[in-house]
Design a binder for this molecule. Structure first.
Ligand code: GLA
Length: 740
């Protein structure tokens, strides 16, 4: 078991990390250690006690002026306790003042993993080396309990945290902030690595030193957002891809979020992460509880690659539930950039016919197949097949697509409603609009009140009836705007602050029912591309459309950033046409293929308009992707260069976990008149084994793993803008090993 409890010290061990807490003699739960695996020494000896001045003393310490929560590292700091730093909880226990002071009550531990009702959470089976610790804190006077949950995943160096608040008082308790995790270190000088962006430019990577004060990242948009991602890394200064200490924090939640990192007056660093609290309030009735979403933390002493591998492995094994997680995902063609709203069944079948001939597996029918949806001003909510536009029923279309040997997938945007729709005319109060006020429109659409049972029933009914009407094996679930003025006609005034969280719970409940009813369905998440790319969503959809920006060179940055937290098989990526629809750039088809293989691969263009030469390239790409599928999706992914630092080329690698084979891809992003030759080094091979090396399928020699990893390989000189190549190294099998 990874949990060791000695007196009042709780030590959690994973294979390579240790996390420790201690209940001190005042009953306060202190945080004493998180870092490289160590022993069970009580690390509270590292906490310096001193009178810092202007720091309050809790009732238990009365006049002991060198004891203050204002500087002690804590597991779950609360507002009102004399700690003035960023906190995890603001709760009015019934007095009208946010005033709470938590002390240790009890604990329990068990093998296996806790679950969170209505929320995504990492899971485990009995055989897994996973244990749970629950530490129960209580207000020092009131019957208000805070259950801190810890899931210890020994194999993957991951510790999850979640919080359940329980009101056993006689009064109603009002929350205005609940954060799911806090990490308090005596650790100055950390860098924060985070992932900011905008629509079509998601997850740009920025590394910035923390400073005295509060650095914060948040989404107030009702979704995790394009602008920031609910994943952050704190790293020591010298940490790079291959070495150094770093800590990751990933929130399993698809609504707004809030991350704050504060360096305090004594140079300690505190990080808190949880749901967005910007207009949050939640009333816990007598006997009721509130569950805050889970955070997945990980520690690596082997740099950023090690941290990413922890997340990739843990997410694949313990977060994604879909049957598709280990199955080969279909190579699909999506008609969005091929036709936008202008299609009928004949056009779709033309694309499908080409796709089948080129070795693809699935046609995805995107937006525009329902209601009066011929533009993005109309029709959302009317999930009835527009047979007039298609020229046949959905069942007939799907049958013909299946007859060509392809699977069929379809797009929905179930959380939305257009004012120009039958649904809006019948149920205007189903949209989130504050009565008597003009709504804030975005993409000319409104958001459905997903907190209402009748709305959820309608959404489910429409989804199920369309899915039941044809052989649909994939659904793309989109969400194309942020939420503003969250309002529900069903909730009383004093509960409107609950709307945003209730919305997410409503969304999760529909997704859960959908997957229960169609366990074989492949669900792809989407929100104007990657506006809801978060670990919460991955609990439901094993892949997410990564960005509406399909341009290969821009995708280098987007995939680079996304890969820090999320495995490649979750990152949906398509080859699209040139000049590219988002930025007009022209890149070779070969490069577009190599870039899109950094994820679940597909095409988003009119295949019927391609030349024979292009089609033969597509055939090769599909064949190569399928041949190396397991390596690309489940190998260890290495960011070899950063597109933010190296302006001549970007390289990345997929290496088999046993080092038997690896593929290193390079895209040149600059041309020079008198070019110099660059070398790059493979990672993850076995130094003393011999490898055959291929460049773009042509054998180029035999090298030891040591040579490829220490000496490296010489890159070719690019011949045109955005030229690219792939090196493939595979172990030479000894005679006796052949066929193993
Ligand atoms: C969003 C998605 C796109 C496409 C359109 C359709 O922008 O990200 O892939 O589905 O909606 O309206």
């Amino acid at each position: 078991m990874g949990i060791i409890i000695a007196q009042n010290v709780f030590t959690l061990h994973t294979d390579n990390s240790t996390y420790q807490m201690k209940v001190d003699d005042k009953g306060i739960l202190l945080h004493t250690y998180y870092g490289k695996r160590t022993d069970e020494t009580d690390y509270s000896y590292l906490i310096a006690m001193a009178d810092r001045g202007f720091s309050g003393n809790v009732p238990q310490s009365r006049d002991e002026r060198d004891y203050s929560l204002d500087f002690l590292p804590q597991e779950f700091p609360v507002w009102g306790s004399g700690d003035y730093r960023v906190n995890c909880l603001q709760a009015d226990l019934g007095t009208g003042v946010e005033d709470c002071l938590l002390v240790f009550d009890s604990y329990k531990m068990y093998h296996g993993k806790y679950a969170l009702k209505g929320l995504p959470a990492m899971f485990a089976s009995k055989e897994d080396r996973v244990d749970t610790l629950e530490i129960i804190l209580k207000d020092y006077q009131e019957e208000f309990y805070v259950r801190l949950l810890y899931g210890v995943y020994e194999t993957y160096d991951v510790i999850t945290r979640a919080v359940i608040l329980e009101n056993k008082t006689e009064r109603e308790i009002t929350l205005s902030r609940v954060m799911s995790t806090c990490l308090d270190w005596n650790h100055p000088g950390l860098d924060m690595i985070h992932f900011y962006g905008r629509h079509a430019e998601e997850r740009e990577t920025e590394r910035t030193p923390l400073f005295h004060g509060i650095a914060e990242l948040r989404s107030t948009r009702g979704a995790s957002s394009h602008q920031h991602n609910p994943f952050v890394i704190l790293a020591e200064k010298n940490t790079n891809e291959d070495m150094g200490q770093c800590y990751g924090f990933s929130l399993l939640y698809s609504g707004g979020f809030h991350i704050q990192a504060e360096v305090d007056q004594t140079f300690q660093t505190r990080l808190v992460m949880g749901m967005d609290d910007s207009d949050f309030s939640w009333r816990i009735k007598q006997g009721g509880q509130f569950i805050a979403p889970e955070v997945c933390m990980s520690y690596s002493s082997t740099g950023l690659s090690g941290l990413s591998h922890n997340y990739h492995n843990a997410i694949l094994k313990h977060l994604i539930r879909s049957k598709w997680k280990e199955k080969q995902r279909p190579v699909l063609v999506n008609n969005w950039e091929a036709t936008y709203f202008d299609f009928n069944a004949q056009k779709l079948l033309e694309i499908a016919g080409e796709a089948a001939g080129l070795g693809l597996d699935m046609l995805v029918l995107d937006d525009g197949w329902f209601g009066g949806r011929d533009t993005d001003y109309t029709g959302l909510g009317d999930w009835y097949v527009n047979e007039e536009k298609l020229g046949c029923s959905l069942g007939e279309l799907v049958q013909k697509v299946n007859d060509l040997g392809l699977m069929f997938g379809i797009w929905f945007e179930p959380e939305m409603i257009s004012e120009d729709s039958r649904l809006y005319r019948e149920h205007p109060d189903w949209a989130m609009v504050v009565p008597g006020r003009e709504p804030i429109r975005a993409r000319s659409q409104l958001v459905l009140d997903m907190t209402r049972e009748d709305v959820l029933d309608y959404v489910k009914d429409r989804l199920f009836s369309v899915i039941d009407s044809a052989n649909i094996q994939y659904v793309k679930w989109d969400m194309n705007r942020s939420i503003a003025a969250a309002y529900s006609a069903r909730l009383p005034r004093e509960q409107q602050g609950e709307m945003r969280h209730r919305y997410v719970l409503g969304l999760y409940s529909v997704l859960e029912t959908l997957l229960e009813r169609y366990p074989d369905l492949l669900l792809e998440g989407c929100s104007g591309g990657g506006g809801r790319f978060d670990a919460g969503m991955l609990y439901y959809s094993p892949q997410i459309w990564c960005s509406d920006n399909t341009e290969a060179v821009e995708r280098l940055r987007i995939h680079y950033g996304t890969s820090f937290a999320y495995p490649l098989s979750t990152i949906s990526a398509h080859v699209s046409v040139c000049p590219n629809h988002q930025n007009g750039r022209v890149t070779p088809l070969k490069t577009r293929g190599i870039c899109a293989m950094q994820g679940t691969f597909g095409y988003e263009l009119d295949l019927s308009k391609m030349t024979e030469e292009e089609k033969s390239m597509v055939r090769k790409q599909v064949k190569s992707y399928k041949a190396h599928y397991r390596l690309f999706q489940f190998g260890d992914y290495y960011r070899i260069t950063s597109p933010f630092e190296n302006h001549d080329f970007t390289a990345w690698e997929y290496a088999d976990k046993n080092g038997r084979e690896a593929c290193l891809a390079v895209v040149f992003t600059n041309l020079h008149g008198n070019p110099i030759s660059h070398t790059v080094r493979f990672k993850g091979l076995c130094p003393d084994k011999k490898y055959k090396l291929f460049r773009d399928q042509e054998a180029v020699g035999e090298y030891t793993g040591a040579a490829l990893m220490q000496g490296g390989i010489l890159l070719p000189i690019p011949k045109e803008d955005y030229d690219s190549c792939q090196f493939y190294a595979c172990m030479e099998e000894k005679e006796g090993e052949k066929g193993n």
